[in-house]
Write a protein that binds this ligand. Structure first.
Ligand code: COA
Length: 340
């Protein structure tokens, strides 16, 4: 990218109040802390309580990202979510109103676990094109509301949360400049990650709304695709921005499974400590995953200004993507949840 470029200027995250440990799940389902920890790396997750929905989490994350950027206003809000408050209208306008952002353009983006990167690319492109001077990009999901209570696999993996970043217009030479994206999709494998019911296809066939309303995932195929697609996307993007892969300081990958993260690190030939990991504390938070991990790593000092950072994700659709930036000087409030 050259000329006018989106620059990262703030980060923030928020988690709902109810902690669910692996032992809590084992008390309800045929599973164990040992199985979940060894197969996924996840030890706990947070879920919404009655009355708290995706917009509520998004507003809190957005507020923190704006505070981190030292601003109270932006020109644009893009919200990545697969669990909007309602099927219609989009959730982003309500979030913008609740944050007191005025009558700015605000829309939702749906790309499941890749949603945040698609939203980031949309906002960065609108900034580069001169459509907006700044943007709040939020990833927020409440998958606990669409999981089958009897499905031990998905309940072990997913947690609720929201994460956000602020972008402003600047130049590609500034710290924080978002230097490029690699994005892709393969709809021929849409059935690997799906909520089959509740949409127009289902309704036009006259099926009842309750039919197929739970999230379904073919874990093993998803695992293989996630490793391949994230590694390939990272590789393609490093070539495009002219970074030798080994010069990447930190990879903030979608927090799906610690074994997926380890495999991506190996595929890229990077030492494992270059991969940011916070899924042990929050689980897979879907569109919130990358900005939550970024917030955690900025707050803990695990990433330093000037670090070459790759963000990468894989999710339903299938969709995948990567983004490259050099970390600017940032501050982030700690995530609100207690650590184990
Ligand atoms: N507790 C105990 N056993 C479980 C379990 C749980 N929570 N979840 C699944 N199992 C069982 C399965 O039923 C299966 O039993 P079976 O052999 O009797 O049929 C067995 O464990 C192995 O299942 P499998 O799916 O092959 O295990 P896995 O090693 O692939 O791990 C996942 C399962 C879901 C953890 C793993 O496939 C994964 O992480 N996939 C990617 C998920 C993901 O990231 N999704 C989001 C993408 S964006």
């Amino acid at each position: 990218m050259s000329g006018r470029t989106a620059v990262l200027s703030g980060v923030g995250g928020w988690l709902p109040p109810r902690l669910v440990t692996n032992d809590d799940l084992a008390a309800q389902l045929d599973t164990s802390d040992e199985w979940i920890t060894s197969r996924t790396g996840i030890r706990q997750r947070f879920v919404v309580t009655p009355g708290l929905s995706t917009s509520g989490l998004a507003v809190e994350a957005g507020r923190r990202a704006l505070a981190s950027a030292g601003t109270a206003s932006v020109d644009l809000l893009v919200l990545a979510t697969t669990t909007p408050d309602h099927p219609c209208p989009a959730t982003a306008p309500e979030v913008a109103a609740a944050l007191g952002l005025g009558e700015i353009p605000a829309f939702d983006v749906g790309a499941v676990c890749t949603g945040f990167l698609y939203a980031l690319a949309s906002a960065a492109s609108m900034i580069s094109a001169g459509v907006a001077g700044s943007a709040l990009v939020i990833g927020a999901d409440t998958f606990s509301t669409i999981l089958d209570p009897g499905d031990r696999t998905t309940r072990a993996i997913f947690g609720d949360g929201a994460g956000a970043v602020v972008l402003r217009a600047g130049t590609a030479r500034e710290p924080g400049a978002v230097l490029g994206f690699d994005l892709g999709s393969d709809g021929s494998q849409a059935d690997l990650i799906t909520v089959p019911g509740g949409g127009s296809e289902h309704r036009s066939n006259g099926l009842p709304d309750a039919e197929g309303r739970f999230f379904r995932m073919q874990g093993r195929s998803v695992f293989r695709n996630a490793v391949t697609r994230m590694s390939e996307s990272c590789r393609a993007l490093t070539q495009r921005v002219g970074w030798p892969v080994e010069s990447v300081d930190r990879v903030v990958a979608h927090q799906a499974n610690s074994r997926i993260l380890a495999a991506v690190g190996s595929e890229l030939g990077l030492p494992q400590d270059r991969l940011v990991v916070n899924l042990d504390r929050v689980g897979n938070t879907v569109a919130a995953s990358i900005p939550l991990a970024l917030t955690d790593a900025v707050h803990s000092g695990e990433m330093a200004p000037g670090d070459r950072v790759l963000l990468c994700a894989f999710g339903g659709g299938l969709t995948w993507g990567a983004a490259a930036l050099e970390l600017p000087r940032l501050s982030a409030e700690p995530l609100p949840a207690p650590k184990p």
